[in-house]
Design a protein around this ligand. Sequence first.
Ligand code: MGD
Ligand code: MGD
Ligand code: SF4
Ligand code: MO
Length: 732
Amino acid sequence: MTTTTQRRSWCGICEAGCGLIATVADGRLTAVRPDPEHPASLGFLCSKGMAIPALLDDPDRITRPMRRRADGEFEAVGWDEAMDDIARRLQAVVEAHGRESVGIVLGNPSVQNYASFLAGLLLGAALKTQHLYAAASVDINNYYVVNELLYGHNLTTPIPDFRRTDLALVLGSNLVVSHGSMATLGRVHDHLIDLVDRGGRLVVVDPRRTETAELGEHVGIRPGGDPWFLAALLHVLFRDGSVDEARLAPTVRGVGFLRELVSDVDLERAAVESGIPVAQLVELAHALGTARSATVYGRCGASLGQFSTLTKFFLDALAVVTGNIDRLGGMLFPAPYLDAELLTTVLGLHGYDRWRTRVDDFPEVLGMSPLASLAREITTPGRGQLRALVGLASNFGWTSANPQALQEALPRLDLFVSLDPYITDTNHTADYVLPPSLMLEREGFPVFGQLHAITPNAQWSDAVVDARGESRNDAWILSEIFRRIGVVPLPLPGANVLAKLPVHLPFALISDLAMRVGAHGDWFGLRRLLGRGRGLRRRDLVADGAARQYAEHPPVGVLRRRVHHRDGRIHLDHPVLAQEMARLTDSAAPDASYPLRLFTIRELRSQNSWLHNLPKLMAAGRTLRLRVHPDDARAHGLASADTARLASPWGAVEVPVEITDEVVPGCVGMPAHWGHRGGTWRRARRAGGVHYNDLTPDTADQVDRASGNAWFNGIPVSLTRVAEVAALDGAR
Ligand SMILES: Nc1nc2c(c(=O)[nH]1)N[C@H]1C(S)=C(S)[C@@H](COP(=O)(O)OP(=O)(O)OC[C@H]3O[C@@H](n4cnc5c(=O)[nH]c(N)nc54)[C@H](O)[C@@H]3O)O[C@H]1N2
Ligand SMILES: Nc1nc2c(c(=O)[nH]1)N[C@H]1C(S)=C(S)[C@@H](COP(=O)(O)OP(=O)(O)OC[C@H]3O[C@@H](n4cnc5c(=O)[nH]c(N)nc54)[C@H](O)[C@@H]3O)O[C@H]1N2
Ligand code: SF4
Ligand SMILES: [Mo]
């Protein structure tokens, strides 16, 4: 007889962390469906979430430790054999070159497993290596820098109060498809419709008329024009006397610095650079200045340009000078149940520019180096040269800039170990690929999503099914590798003696303690005695299974408590921002041989580089197309489905085009991470296509200088019909 049970959990594919109900039959996950009672996602689960059973069952998933043989093929080995060999080789590297030659890369999915995320960050700090890398530097390093400068902590991220705002300015985020990042709001589509229905304004600034823009007003922007656009808005606000400097003074330092920084902005140049007419810039500035409340939110479109630190600074500055920080309907300080700001403060982990990276002289961000430098850190000799690397949930050799350079550099490592359920574009040359348990096969809570929750709620679920084969929790794998060379994930003096014990740090216990003593915890019963409700503790949450909403909204009126600077004020004045402004205004006129601007499009049924192997998500013959505006198509003699050669100063690919007026003239849009070249994910490789990142630069003079964040949007490109390319080649 089959025993079937229903268990509550959450989807760990993206930051939204939607609630789900899993059906388990005889220990196997057979189906998932949306949880109608989840306080944020309210019965929503996208096609990716629905595909979790297929993910766990994927025949191409590896479920035993794999070792690469001399002939390049992988063979399955036992855990002991794998760990003994890895530890021996890692130890040899440490003995010869020191711990500073060992590195860790944390990929995007690592933030969905609180235990491995903590283990990774803490191990990086305990090793005292510069070689801690994370997906953050191809995503949100600009946030981490600006947060540290303005609020005194990398992780202090104001979030948009979409549920109550009067005006939402959305810069370079397609929330309806991405479901939000650095802003966790289930059912975001419905909330944005509500906003407009109740008379609010939704202004979406994007080079593409996106699914999100369709819900409100679309302002077409030239990719890369964002810092100009925002500087122009600030210029107009100061020029027209809309900034009340006296009123800001008690809570903000450096308003005068900001005023000076934008005082010379030439609106005509800003209009050319952004593609947005002066009159519209002025109207938007006044709208922000006069709205009862406004949110200013930007994501990948604003984070992955060439000047992303400056862009994020101007975004936050707009909220500050219009009085929209810490105001109902504005940008709020979140109310997480695991206070990562406190934890990283206690351990001394946060910061900016406390040291510089070895090869490229990038400022450190949150104790990490940028992925842009990784290939050069492997190939450049000298003290601290990277020689052994452990990758966790990262396809960095594919999702970072210049994948070719990484493909060439990785085989030069003495040891490369990858924790990944697939053999991928990156780890197919690794010495070992080790199999992690995946979501629903492990206990846990959405550690990253809870940091930015617009509807504060807590969920901590037990594993729903056993891990496939010999897969093990990433936290266990990582801790065990380093325990064997005498390092534990605790950056405190003397902590490494704990490595002698055959146990690992209990991350569940530590996180539970931190939650219980935190602002929303049960204070070990004291909260109830004080008549302030029951508060959160792991045991109750796990027993409930369901997510529990513990506040109606994030708080307001907490600025002084939440800003980490000693004077309790927001600081806008930093020399690095003046340097970045100079870098922007001095940037050379674009090379006329690359007249178009390329930007990335995210697709509903992809998750960065890694769900291209699941049949349902790849059904209906999904293929890759470059989106071109009809005017540009005409100018280049292109018809629909023609193949074009797309070239940037850093690479070239050939790709079929789709002609559509959803993109702004003068720019072309393309999804990233197609054209898988390596690995055993068979369907992903069969899907074909080309790789966007082959067109992007990784050098220190090209990426965002202040944060090391990648430059993926606004890449200068040219377009030529392939038939013409052949004719040109023939003529040569
Ligand atoms: N379905 C799906 N969901 C995802 C992911 C996924 O791959 N697929 N990835 C997840 C991850 S890791 C993240 S970080 C989030 C990202 O979340 P979002 O940033 O909301 O995701 P995108 O859809 O990339 O939105 C970026 C928008 O910026 C626009 N854009 C591009 N260049 C520019 C520019 O120069 N200026 C401006 N103003 N706009 C520009 C693009 O047209 C696009 O609409 O999504 C997460 N969710
Ligand atoms: N051109 C361009 N490039 C981009 C972007 C863009 O917009 N444009 N976006 C950037 C952004 S925002 C991000 S976040 C990065 C993402 O890039 P990465 O950090 O490389 O993340 P993913 O591609 O999401 O997944 C990486 C790997 O994690 C594995 N994985 C999944 N779950 C688990 C798990 O539980 N444990 C382990 N050990 N492995 C797991 C997957 O199999 C996959 O191989 O890409 C960046 N690259
Ligand atoms: S929106 Fe994100 S968290 Fe929600 S079901 Fe889809 S992939 Fe999962
Ligand atoms: Mo991301």
